[in-house]
Design a protein around this ligand. Structure first.
Ligand SMILES: Nc1ncnc2c1ncn2[C@@H]1O[C@H](COP(=O)(O)OP(=O)(O)OP(=O)(O)O)[C@@H](O)[C@H]1O
Length: 244
């Protein structure tokens, strides 16, 4: 389980997180839905220990990510907002490198790498260097890196950005399959369709705190609307920074 408790973070005069609390249970897909600047990336970076909150805590299976970042990170796969690839390495080498970072060496590393490449339908590009990869191909490498060690928890920052329809389907199937295996999946998005199609639980974030939380249906009932988009607009009071 991933849990955040009363997270607060200030960047100068900007309040990025203002007492954010929620949890992402195992075997569920939790979507952090919020407009641009709501604090989603700041929250995810705090969970994977890249950012220290001013106060509050993030826990991975009860381990405080601020106190024990390495231990907390061991069981999570991360698909970050900005990912850098090594341009001179092939896709396979990039994924194998992440396998090795997670302690999978030799035959075990090769097998895990092959499985991740196959799962994301990447065999055609596996032995090409990253230079010249399209945005979608880069995203797939980053996704393969995130899942190569079969993490218990998966955190993704706007995973479908730049993906075409087929790649988006592969991503959705992957997330559903991992959910069925008991993985807790937390992802951020401001794309309504993606959240409505995938999430068991939606956490609506606005101005650094939870504005509402529940299933798509519960959010619609709460606001008296029939579509998540309308419910969302009602909850945050504006449609600025959100995509249908
Ligand atoms: N390193 C930083 N320095 C200064 N301000 C920051 C920094 N990181 C985030 N912020 C600010 O904190 C607020 C929350 O940003 P954050 O990136 O978490 O939002 P977001 O919900 O992920 O938005 P988006 O959907 O646009 O990616 C914004 O006002 C942003 O400008």
């Amino acid at each position: 389980m991933i849990e955040v408790k009363d997270l607060r973070k200030q960047f100068g005069k900007v309040t990025a997180l203002d007492g954010l609390s929620f949890s992402a249970p195992e075997g569920q897909i939790t979507g952090l839905l919020g407009p641009n600047g709501a604090g989603k990336t700041t929250c995810l970076r705090t969970i994977y220990g890249l950012l220290k909150p001013d106060s509050g805590q993030a826990f991975i299976d009860g381990i405080d990510a601020g106190q024990q970042p390495l231990e907390a990170r061991r069981n999570i796969g991360i698909f970050p907002d900005k990912f850098g690839l090594y341009e001179r390495l092939t896709a396979r080498e990039q994924v194998a490198y992440f396998a090795a970072l997670h302690g999978l060496a030799g035959e075990a590393g090769d097998q895990a790498t092959e499985a991740a490449l196959q799962r994301l339908d990447m065999l055609e590009i596996a032995d090409r260097r990253a230079t010249g990869f399209s945005q979608g191909q880069r995203m797939k490498v980053a996704l393969a890196q995130a899942i190569v060690h079969s993490p218990k928890h998966l955190i993704l920052d706007e995973p479908s950005r730049g993906l075409d329809v087929m790649s988006t389907r592969i991503l959705r199937d992957l997330l559903r399959e991992l959910r069925a295996q008991g993985t807790s999946i937390l992802f951020s998005s401001h794309v309504m369709q993606e959240v409505a199609a995938l999430c068991d639980q939606v956490v609506v974030v606005a101005k650094g705190k939870v504005a509402a939380q529940g299933t798509t249906q519960e959010l619609c009932e709460l606001t008296g609307e029939t579509a998540l988009e309308e419910a969302f607009v009602k909850i945050i009071g504006t449609d600025e920074g959100i995509a249908a």
